[in-house]
Design a protein around this ligand. Structure first.
Ligand SMILES: [Zn+2]
Length: 619
């Protein structure tokens, strides 16, 4: 109470501010700013996100800005209590561009040593500790977030051992061999291991009957004691590189955090393991492995947070998911995506190691059978909703409904088989020609709401391919553009060939689809009056419709018309309507496409829609 009276400001409600130092972040020389588009906010989270943005703006943590060279997308992370925290996905660029900085954290020994002789101890918990530190002026522009409400700049810093004893006696040679693998790994550090392992080594000989008597049990116990004693563990030293390895088997996950010494030796700091619960046992192998890494990182959080470490797995596909520098891949299965958002909070490199070289964590995961499961619901991002939004967004561009895609996907024998393998995470070694087209891209496939997705594209079932092709062909875009359009949101094996076939048999595409002559781009001059020059282009398709957008170059005033067809005739008609409510512009432009420059425009010169002659930068 005395303290409270003496320093009333420190105990005030609201966000505190560190007055001693500001955070300065250094960008590596020659790094290019990365500006990422905003992500769709899940509808269910919209209200909460808005409130959080308001709160942070009110606290002075966020400031609205109009321009920025850097922008990272916003990620919503659900806290245990159901609250949503607004985070920044810095993995999209800034993380890589920042200089690695070593923050020397005092080792516990030093802290305890400095406390020597003290009689009174108190703990102080800073509320929103990170946000209390101000970002230096020159660093603020780096932390810009791109949200559905525009750009915001951060003014404050943002955030992005006992299990061995619980091991059960081995039940067979396989389990024992696994344990002995770990012993071999550690015997480099503990010479006495060699003499202790004798009785157990005998059990591993060929054609020996499995016999677990007191003798074996005692040897096993001693080895466990040695393994978990301080003898074998090294002390955490913030200056020495850290390696975290995790592995999973059918019923458990194991993890080990080690120091890698300058001579290449690795010595563990701590072990952790637990058994899988019933639901987790049904996870696919990749998910079990992913769970292992998440378990390891969470368990060793205090060693890992705020410093760089190496994460090691023997499951190669995890590299592309957890090691992605391009932001969270939306195509991965939901659970993995959620975990990869958890990992965003840490600074690590990920490394693949062959299973054979992976002794320790593997043994741990196999040996631990009855270990309490901890609560996993610490951080759950709302990415599932985000993935579903991607599916719906892609289907909105099509002349079909989500229900159609769902229904036809269920009806398709081939896609049913694909879905089965995707959800199991295991593909048969030998597959027929048709399935092969899918198995070769298996890492990119996922099931979302009974539909199949390939990355963020919808897999179109056979029955719907024709109508989708028809829509893609709308406006005779020609080969290149039609393929581009198709690849931006749909997928099926042989799609490119189908597009080629459609274009090859279409005369209009043949005439207009040729690659346009390359002409250097020239910037537009700002016109003197409004409605003097109007830029015209089509947006869409969206819900099977197109939008004819006309923007006045001077005032930036935009007119939009919803149209079913983007033929030349329809374009002229729509523009006529549009111009009849305003004046007729002197110059109309379009992005070079055959639609509006086609012959249909010319006989209607009376509408005074002149054809663009010079190719300008489509701004
Ligand atoms: Zn055509």
């Amino acid at each position: 109470e005395e303290l409270q009276q003496k320093f009333p400001k420190v105990f005030e409600e609201g966000l505190g501010r560190c007055t001693k130092e500001k955070a300065v972040l250094k960008v590596k020389p020659n790094s290019t700013p990365v500006f990422k588009p905003k992500r769709p906010v899940p509808y269910g989270a919209l209200e909460t996100v808005e409130k959080e943005l308001d709160r942070l703006e009110g606290l002075g943590v966020l400031k609205k800005v109009n321009h920025s060279k850097w922008a990272a997308p916003l990620v919503c992370v659900k806290k245990a209590g159901g609250d949503i925290r607004v985070c920044v996905d810095l993995s999209t660029g800034l993380n890589d561009a920042l200089e690695d900085e070593d923050h020397p954290i005092p080792p516990p020994e030093d802290i305890f040593a400095s406390m020597n002789g003290g009689r009174y101890f108190s703990t102080v918990d800073f509320k929103d500790a990170y946000l209390q530190i101000e970002l230096a002026e020159e660093s603020r522009h780096l932390f810009t977030i791109n949200t559905h409400r525009g750009l915001y700049e951060y003014q404050r810093l943002v955030f992005g051992v006992q299990p061995i004893k619980g091991m059960c006696d081995p039940k067979n040679q396989k389990e024992l061999r696994s344990f002995m693998g770990m012993i071999t790994y550690y015997s480099a550090f503990i010479p006495q291991m060699k003499s202790l392992r004798g009785p157990l080594d005998k059990l591993l000989l060929k054609d020996v009957e499995w016999r677990w008597s007191t003798k074996e049990a005692e040897a096993f116990q001693k080895l466990k004691d040695v393994l978990s004693s301080d003898l074998n563990l090294t002390h955490y030293d913030p200056q020495i590189p850290i390696v975290v390895a995790a592995d999973a088997c059918d019923y458990g996950i194991g993890a080990v955090i080690s120091h890698r010494f300058p001579n290449g030796d690795e010595k563990p700091i701590a072990h952790a393991a637990r058994s899988l619960n019933a639901a987790e046992k049904n996870y696919s192998q990749i998910e079990k492995e992913g769970l292992g890494l998440i378990f390891a990182v969470k368990r060793f959080h205090k060693y890992l947070f705020g410093r760089k470490f190496l994460l090691r797995t023997d499951h190669k596909p995890l590299l592309s998911i957890f090691g992605s520098k391009k932001g969270i891949p939306v195509h991965s299965q939901n659970r993995l995506v959620r975990w990869s958002t958890i990992l965003r909070g840490y600074d690590f490199d990920i490394e693949y190691v062959k299973t054979d070289d992976f002794g320790q964590a593997d043994a741990l995961s196999r040996m631990i059978q009855k270990f309490p499961t901890e609560n996993e619901d610490i951080v759950i991002a709302q990415v599932e909703v985000e993935v579903e939004e991607t599916l719906h967004g892609a289907i909105r561009k099509l002349p079909v409904r989500v229900a159609d895609v769902q229904e036809e996907t269920q009806k398709s024998k081939l896609l049913q088989e694909v879905q089965k393998y995707v959800s199991r995470g295991v593909w048969p070694k030998k597959v027929d020609e048709k399935l092969k087209r899918f198995s070769s891209i298996k890492e990119s496939l996922s099931c979302v709401q009974k539909c199949l997705m390939m990355q963020d594209r919808v897999v179109i079932p056979e029955a719907l391919q024709k109508v989708v092709l028809k829509q893609l062909h709308e406006g005779h875009p020609g080969m290149v553009r039609m393929k581009q359009l198709a690849r931006s949101f749909v997928y099926w094996p042989g799609m490119d060939e189908d597009v080629e076939r459609v274009v090859a048999s279409c005369n209009t595409c043949q005439v207009h689809g040729k690659t346009p002559r390359k002409v250097p781009l020239q910037p537009w001059k700002t016109p003197e009056r409004v409605w003097q020059r109007v830029h015209v282009d089509y947006a869409g398709p969206e819900n099977g419709q197109y939008y004819l957008v006309a923007v006045d170059a001077k005032s930036k005033w935009a007119e939009v018309a919803i149209v079913k067809s983007i033929s030349g005739l329809s374009t002229v008609r729509t523009l006529k309507d549009m111009f009849s409510t305003a004046t007729v512009p002197i110059q109309t432009t379009t992005v070079p496409s055959q639609t509006t420059t086609s012959a249909t425009v010319q006989p209607r010169r009376t509408t005074r829609v002149p054809k663009p002659i010079v190719k300008y930068d489509p701004s």
